[in-house]
Design a protein around this ligand. Structure first.
Ligand code: ZN
Length: 338
């Protein structure tokens, strides 16, 4: 077996700020600011925030117990946001990722509104610029996530901020977060259209867990460029047809789906991916939460899919090429934003 696979430069299109920060960096951020942590021992802290195929947690449980109360809180404020973004992007580069889109909801990193949103965003841009200065063959860009649990007014502000900073490296918008019966796609068609007309690209988390099962509506009404996850489409021929017709690319995050119980195991993931391949649905391989899932770095997920004979070398190379082809980032590294 070829143990050097994958040796080619990778593109990461779907990773979140809070779940892409290495535990050691979280530890430094916490210590530098005197944050009280739920675990005082470093190893216990890592175990507390990390999931694995043997330690799973439903998506919403992780959101409620770890993600929002701890990870978002620790990665809030200008110091944390700048350091985290810089460390994530340079760390990705050292793992042979030459293109990285990093997503976050700036309103979840402003210490509950105490820090001015523009300061938070500029801190993130500074972190990204430092990474781009260090590696001139790195491409990077930010995606701002609206939240299903936010009201329209708050989400509107996020989109306006994305538009405001588009020349500095904000390349797209997303809708993320747990399902919410109050959240109505219809309310967002004009706002998403406005972002598109300003040159931003659009991706939406949908077709992942049961409670975000509004995938058809998202496809029909928001017409996104890409979809985060979208694995539910493998069970729905008409949905796959709609994806093909609109040339929508899926951002598949294999291990994330398994550790949050959206997918039972690798066998089910294989059946989903083979269905997409058989039907010509375009997809890319991503991490979602590379630092809080054991063994989830992008190259390791490529290696896993290859070694477990879920996809062939050629198919995985094609996925990576599809990621480079469907990125929201303009070519030119740092120069793209100057
Ligand atoms: Zn995600």
């Amino acid at each position: 077996m070829d143990t050097s696979f994958p040796s080619f430069p990778l593109a990461e299109l779907h990773s979140h700020l809070s779940t892409s920060i290495k535990p050691s960096v979280y530890w430094q951020i916490a210590q530098a600011q005197g944050f009280k942590l739920p675990k005082r021992d470093y190893k216990e802290f890592i175990d507390y925030i990390t999931l694995s195929t043997d330690k799973r947690m439903d998506l919403n449980d992780y959101f409620e117990k770890i993600y929002h109360p701890l990870l978002d809180k620790l990665s809030s404020g200008t110091y944390a946001v700048e350091k985290a973004t810089y460390e994530i992007m340079t760390g990705a580069y050292r793992n042979n990722i030459k293109l990285i889109e990093l997503r976050s909801n700036p309103m979840k990193h402003n210490q509950g509104g105490d820090i001015d949103l523009d300061h938070v965003i500029m801190a993130q841009l500074r972190g990204m610029e430092r990474a781009l200065l260090e590696h001139d063959d790195l491409s990077a860009g930010l995606i701002f996530c609206m939240a299903r649990e936010f009201d329209f007014g708050m989400n509107h502000v996020i989109v306006e901020k994305a538009i405001k900073y588009k020349r500095r490296g904000v390349v797209g918008i997303d809708i993320a977060g747990p399902g919410n019966p109050e959240f109505r796609i219809d309310e967002y068609t004009r706002l998403v259209q406005r972002a598109k007309s300003e040159g931003l690209k659009v991706t939406v988390h949908t077709g992942e867990a049961e409670d975000t099962d509004d995938m058809f509506e998202v496809v029909e009404k928001l017409k996104p460029d890409r979809i985060g996850h979208g694995i539910k489409a493998a069970k729905d021929k008409s949905l796959m047809k709609a994806l093909l017709k609109q040339n929508i690319v899926l951002e598949i995050c294999p291990l994330s789906n398994i550790v949050t119980n959206a997918v039972k195991d690798l066998a089910e993931m294989k059946s989903i991916l083979r269905t997409f391949l058989d039907n010509g649905v375009k997809f890319t391989i991503n991490t979602d939460w590379p630092e809080v899932i054991e063994g989830a770095h992008l190259w390791r997920q490529y290696a896993l899919l290859y070694q477990e004979k879920i996809m062939s070398e050629e198919e995985l190379k094609a996925c990576n090429q599809a990621a480079f082809a469907s990125t929201f980032i303009p070519t030119g590294g740092l120069n793209a934003y100057l």
